[in-house]
Write a protein that binds this ligand. Structure first.
Ligand code: TGC
Ligand code: FAD
Length: 390
């Protein structure tokens, strides 16, 4: 890890500001110091290092795109992307913690919350004093969240929330959950549910082979009394959670580049050091082909992410633009992880190298925040005007 150098074959650094480069290098140093030396052990033990939450807050990894008034970083989307890239170079599970907090918890509170909600939660979420999670997926409604069953009734002075969410990143340790549920008219709203509310529990999901250093769990609501002031008043309908997903999927498009860079870097160094048939394996054409294709695909993904970031900053990026980048870049990273695994031979399956961990993590990343095929169908709808998923 000490020798890691970012990939910049097409001088994409020229497109970055000095501030972008400073932010990238501070997060790169942070990951090198606080994540890389320990991540293999955490992943092997399926341990979520809770102390990382405060450290992420200190380094500005939570809500970099949220205005400073509410404790966020007040940065642009390129800076946000670079932060996600560097964290995911360390581990996709660590990036999950940061992207859920910033894009799926802070973003909806900032965008749809009351002034009182923003003041109450955002500074603590930004600093890492509080950890949040985002509950959209249910056991029977993953790709099709509009069918959700979780619901709340107006009881006069409070709401009564019932139902269950599944596959929720951060849930076992979260202090609050932004939960999407239907009212009596079947309209989707966001509610802030706090740990400690009677009838609310967060059982952990065990035995994952992927994102092992990230805590995943359920959210169970059994007649939970939610104060009325905890409803997000600014937006209702499925569009509200989908707007949050736009922001998080954008971050993943950058994050996946980090995982791919780490695999490429490890494969290049291993190929130069590993001798077979009296030569470094890097001297064989088939190994060079793998490395050349990795560099090509990383470079294409970087250009895609940078241009998408510009469009995000200019308010021109649509869900389809984001789907294209999330889908392409995650598949690219997974393919590179698989090829890097080959280059490492048997060593590639061990925890001595980061490859297998990235590869297994990316199997979740290609599924969450919209599966590979759902993003394909979002693009298909853009091209044809026909929604094939319905
Ligand atoms: P559809 O009819 O297309 O849209 C419903 C309503 O929403 C509006 N809308 C948007 N509004 C704002 N921003 C957007 N990006 C929007 N996209 C859609 C739309 O106009 C409509 O409004 P209205 O007023 O007409 O009601 O919805 P659909 O039910 O047909 O679904 C479309 C589909 C399949 C693409 C969508 O459901 C989808 O994206 N499914 C995938 C589900 C998903 O991504 N789940 C992710 C869960 S969170 C997660 O995985 C976190 S992992 C994080 C980590 O650990 O890092
Ligand atoms: P399904 O929707 O059942 O899909 C199964 C297969 O069917 C997929 O290949 C899919 O592409 C395909 N399919 C489905 N519909 C169609 C269609 N119309 N046409 C063609 N193919 C289709 N959710 C949250 O709300 N919050 C979180 O924090 C969160 N974190 C997660 C963390 C992890 C580790 C994982 C694995 C998931 C997480 N998720 C979270 C859930 C994630 O978003 C869902 O897993 C994802 O949206 C897919 O839903 P599903 O697993 O129910 O699969």
């Amino acid at each position: 890890q000490d020798q890691f150098e970012g990939v910049d074959f097409y001088q994409i650094d020229d497109l970055l500001t000095e501030e972008h480069k400073l932010i990238r290098s501070s997060i790169r140093d942070f990951v090198k110091r606080e994540i890389s030396p320990y991540i293999e052990d955490w992943a092997q033990r399926a341990h979520f290092p809770y102390e990382i939450v405060k450290k992420f807050g200190d380094v500005g990894a939570f809500g970099p795109q949220i205005p400073e008034t509410y404790g966020g970083g007040g940065l642009d989307y390129i800076a946000y992307g670079l932060i996600m890239q560097e964290i995911e170079r360390g581990d996709s599970g660590m990036r999950s913690t940061a992207s859920v907090q910033g894009s799926l918890v802070m973003y909806p509170i900032y965008k749809f919350g009351s002034e009182a909600q923003k003041k109450k939660y955002l500074p603590k979420l930004a600093s890492g004093e509080m950890l949040g999670c985002f509950g959209l997926t249910e056991p029977d409604h993953g790709s099709n969240p509009s069918g959700m069953k979780t619901n709340f009734k107006d009881m006069g002075d409070h709401y009564l929330l019932n139902g269950a969410k599944m596959w929720i990143s951060n849930s076992p340790k979260a202090d609050i959950a932004v939960v999407w549920a239907k009212n009596e008219d079947g309209r989707i709203h966001g509610l802030i549910v706090e740990r400690g509310m009677e009838g609310f529990s967060t059982p952990e999901t065990h035995n994952k082979w992927s994102l092992r250093a990230s805590a995943t769990g359920e959210l169970v609501f059994d007649n939970v009394k939610v104060p009325k002031e905890n409803l997000l008043p600014g937006k209702s309908g499925l569009g509200a959670p989908l707007m949050c997903l736009d922001s998080a999927r954008y971050g993943i498009a950058w994050g996946a580049i980090g995982a791919a860079m780490d695999c490429f870097d490890s494969a290049r160094r291993y190929a130069l050091e590993r001798i077979q048939f009296d030569k470094p394996i890097a001297s064989f054409q088939l190994v060079q082909k793998k490395l050349s294709e990795m560099l090509t695909e990383i470079t294409k993904a970087q250009l895609l992410a940078w241009k998408l970031g510009k469009m995000m900053d200019e308010g021109k990026a649509t869900t389809s633009h984001i789907s294209l980048a999330k889908r392409n870049n995650v598949a690219m990273a997974l393919e590179i992880a698989r090829e890097a695994r080959q280059i490492h031979g048997g060593m590639g399956i061990t925890g001595e190298y980061p490859i297998m961990r990235h590869m297994m993590n990316l199997e979740s990343v290609i599924t969450y925040e919209g599966t590979h095929d759902i993003h394909l169908l979002i693009l298909g709808q853009e091209i044809t005007g026909i929604a094939a998923f319905k």
